[in-house]
Design a protein. Structure first.
Length: 432
């Protein structure tokens, strides 16, 4: 027997369907509130908003909301409301981009909430903080891992005295003189740009301005200004070794931060109108993707053999450096790079209150081969667990790209996968 549904019930059902928003509309509404919330947190944390190129009036309106103390209760309620709304939005698994977008917003909101709590006085351990802010935790490294690398360095640079002094003395022969820095750096960045453009279709108006600065906690920084333009700053307080020219040029510029931000603005904000990408909260999962791809991108744009050839034939002469010991220099740099996790171990223990400055300094000198001074603590004390984004971020990105390549180990395939990563909504847990 057939059942007949009263027409008034059909009308109510149709009306309800018409009122129901599609997933993208619902995400767009949350995106606006997300941007406003991030901007408001920036009123109380001058490091928080790394870049913003959304509607000017939003930033102006939010700046008027500044109070004497951060309004934690109201902000947390707003964040909780956004999280609840996100949970109710059903996205088809077939819509890959929308699925990535929803997950991106979920992970970013976890970080936004954690940052509000931190600014309000809540304390997290190093690992708890990195998981909440960056969607990742660096595994433990035992002392034997570093001792093995130190032993190899001892073989490469035998002699009397502490290894740290021998390494620093050797590296001092490869420092770029300040008067030659601009010529070397501009040559490196133009070559990185030329190589990147062979594989990535960059916006026609993309450009950057280069400045040299001092008295900063970092070696280099990219300040993305929007509309495909970046201000790249290089800190001349630190001795800049010859290989750092390509590192900084590629990391801050091509195919690093400048390209990453430009592609997100072009693909997400301008084309799709996904305004959550118009703001970049520094202490968020986006930073691990940004720093990880920027570091890994150095090896994408300059494969090892090509890089060494370019540095020996072009950058060494520009810097007035002797190439006689270049091969040994590259071997030393490859080994010392593997010691970056010694700094992570040291700062995890220091920031968790397990080690004092004295013990931390001793570890840094012995296993990270870094002279301990007040400047050694400046960056981690300011940015805390952010330091994982460089080494662990690079390793996560490398593992992801190499696994996606499979047997097809070609430059083009590597560039294609890398470009996909920096052009789409990604969070670190997507890389595992």
């Amino acid at each position: 027997m057939k059942k007949f549904i009263p027409i008034f019930l059909i009308s109510i059902a149709l009306l309800s369907c018409n009122k129901r928003k599609n997933p993208e509309q619902s995400l767009n509404e949350i995106a606006k509130q997300y941007v406003l919330t991030v901007l408001e947190i920036g009123n109380y944390d001058n490091l928080y908003v790394d870049a913003y190129y959304g509607p000017t009036e939003w930033k102006e309106d939010v700046s008027k909301l500044k109070e004497e103390n951060i309004p934690s209760e109201r902000l947390l309620k707003t964040i909780n409301d956004m999280e609840s709304k996100l949970k109710t939005i059903s996205v088809s698994e077939k819509d890959k981009m929308l699925s990535l977008r929803k997950k991106y917003m979920q992970k970013q909101l976890i970080a936004v909430k954690a940052r509000v709590k931190m600014l309000s006085g809540e304390k997290y351990s190093f690992n708890e903080e990195s998981e909440k802010l960056y969607d990742a935790v660096v595994p433990e490294f035992d002392q034997a891992y570093f001792e093995n690398i130190i032993a190899k360095l001892e073989e490469k640079l035998p002699g009397n005295g502490d290894l740290i002094n021998r390494v620093n003395k050797f590296k001092s022969e490869f420092v770029i003189a300040k008067e030659k820095l601009d010529a070397v750096f501009r040559t490196a960045i133009e070559e990185s740009r030329r190589r990147t453009k062979k594989y990535i279709n960059l916006p026609a108006n993309e450009n950057f301005k280069l400045e040299y600065v001092s008295d900063k906690a970092w070696a280099g920084y990219n300040w993305y200004k929007g509309n495909n333009f970046s201000l790249i700053q290089v800190n001349t307080d630190f001795p800049i070794l010859i290989d750092r020219a390509i590192d900084l040029a590629s990391h801050e510029g091509y195919p690093g931060h400048h390209v990453y931000n430009s592609l997100l603005e072009t693909n997400m904000v301008k084309k799709r109108k996904w305004l959550e990408f118009s703001v970049y909260p520094l202490f968020s999962p986006q930073s691990l993707i940004a720093e990880g791809t920027a570091n890994y991108g150095i090896n994408v744009v300059f494969p090892k053999k090509e890089r060494i050839k370019f540095e020996k034939e072009v950058l060494f002469p520009l810097a007035g450096l002797n190439v006689a010991k270049a091969d040994l220099y590259y071997q030393i740099q490859e080994l010392t790079h593997k010691l970056t996790y010694a700094r992570t171990v040291a700062m995890r223990n220091y920031l968790d209150g397990k080690w004092d400055k004295s013990k931390t300094g001793e570890w840094l000198e012995k296993y990270a081969l870094r002279k301990a001074s007040e400047s050694s603590f400046r960056f981690p004390e300011t940015y805390r667990s952010y330091i994982i984004n460089y080494n662990w971020g690079q390793d996560l990105v490398e593992t992801y790209v190499e696994s996606k390549m499979g047997e097809n180990k070609t430059n083009k395939n590597r560039w294609d996968i890398f470009t996909y990563l920096i052009s789409t909504p990604q969070v670190p847990s997507n890389l595992k």
